[in-house]
Design a protein around this ligand. Structure first.
Ligand SMILES: Nc1ncnc2c1ncn2[C@@H]1O[C@H](COP(=O)(O)OP(=O)(O)OP(=O)(O)O)[C@@H](O)[C@H]1O
Ligand SMILES: [Mg+2]
Length: 316
């Protein structure tokens, strides 16, 4: 168990041990292992893996592996939604599923363990206003007992950045800290709302801000006062603090595998370290180590815990 103490920021004696991880647009992730990726050909599948996915779920999976109590919150609907909920349960991940009329989506990843995997991602069901309001209420209710909320991934079709503002306000009312990992106008809204931490990879940061490079983009994302966790794939990661100072960390060398989900693992490692009172520099180290452990995992959602234990000292 990593969390050994309480996060009692407001000093009212309330323990806030849990991380709430919101996946606005969850999916059943199917990964097909193939010998080669071939466009326009019939490709024989060597291994098939089906599991509950979406970026928030990946974050929760790594937090759970690290011994950090995490609860996922997501809209879920239809037969694929039932499969999603059952798969989450089977993996021992605590969750709050908000029922919706639409059908939960699937993604298909074609992975040859060599080239970057090909990912086919369905858009997901549109949510009615009342359904989004129900998800927001579930986030607020669960967040009242949480130290951190993570909102990760894309948003369902039809949901606007201003509706994300409503969810950010709900987390604030609940009194939890907030990390958001998303892209485009939603990332900009998160940064403007001055959430505690904005997580982005370099291209997401540049796309959202028009910055000249990763550093410039992170400076723009952090201008309103958020810390920016900027991941750079095989070039490591940086943390731009609200005062404009940078902490930087190179990637773990000699790591190869599937990079999908490395950013989600990095987010989980970062939060886990902060919850263990490790400070920002060590949180960045844990982020980089967890990213590498995810690259070593067999699929985008798997995580090499033994490899991680060789990189950082986890509390027993
Ligand atoms: N090839 C690699 N070798 C070693 N470490 C890696 C490699 N790729 C990623 N990492 C680690 O994982 C972290 C996150 O990776 P990356 O920047 O690719 O995230 P991302 O693009 O947000 O990924 P995703 O959104 O798919 O989870 C990096 O900062 C780095 O420390
Ligand atoms: Mg990412």
């Amino acid at each position: 168990m990593i969390i050994d103490g309480d996060d009692d920021r407001d000093g009212d004696g309330d323990a806030r041990p849990t991380v709430i991880v919101v996946t606005p647009n969850p999916a059943v992730d199917v990964t097909y292992g193939v010998d080669r990726q071939l466009i326009g050909e019939t490709v024989r599948v060597r291994r098939a893996d089906r599991r509950a996915g979406g970026k928030g779920v990946n974050v929760a999976r790594v937090l759970t592996a690290l011994g950090v109590p995490a609860v996922t919150v997501q809209p879920v609907g239809g037969a694929i939604g039932a499969l999603f909920a059952a798969a989450l349960d089977a993996d021992g991940i605590a969750s709050v599923s908000v029922p919706i009329d639409g059908e939960t989506r699937m993604t298909v990843t074609v992975d040859d363990r060599d080239a970057h995997p090909t990912v086919l991602a369905e858009p997901g069901p549109a949510l009615q206003k009342a359904e989004w309001a129900a998800v927001t209420r579930a986030v607020e209710q669960t967040a009242t007992r949480a130290a951190w909320v993570v909102i990760a991934g894309s948003f369902p079709p039809g949901i606007t950045p201003s509706q994300l503002e409503g969810m950010i306000a709900a987390v604030r009312r609940a009194g939890a800290r907030l990390l958001i990992d998303t892209h485009g106008p939603f990332l900009s809204v998160a940064a403007q709302a001055e959430v505690d931490v904005v997580k982005a990879n370099e291209s997401e940061a540049i796309d959202a801000t028009g910055g000249a490079d990763g550093d410039d983009a992170a400076a723009r994302l952090g201008a309103a006062g958020s810390a920016v966790l900027l991941s750079r794939g095989a070039r490591g990661a940086g943390l731009r603090r609200p005062d404009g100072d940078w902490l930087r960390r190179p990637a773990v060398p000699g790591v190869s595998g599937n990079p999908t989900g490395a950013g989600d693992a990095a987010t989980a490692g970062f939060i886990a370290a902060l919850l263990a009172d490790r400070g920002e520099a060590e949180a960045l180290e844990w982020a980089v180590a967890c990213g590498a452990a995810a690259v070593r995992g067999a699929t985008g959602a798997e995580f090499d815990l033994d490899f991680l234990r060789d990189l950082i000292v986890l509390p027993t």
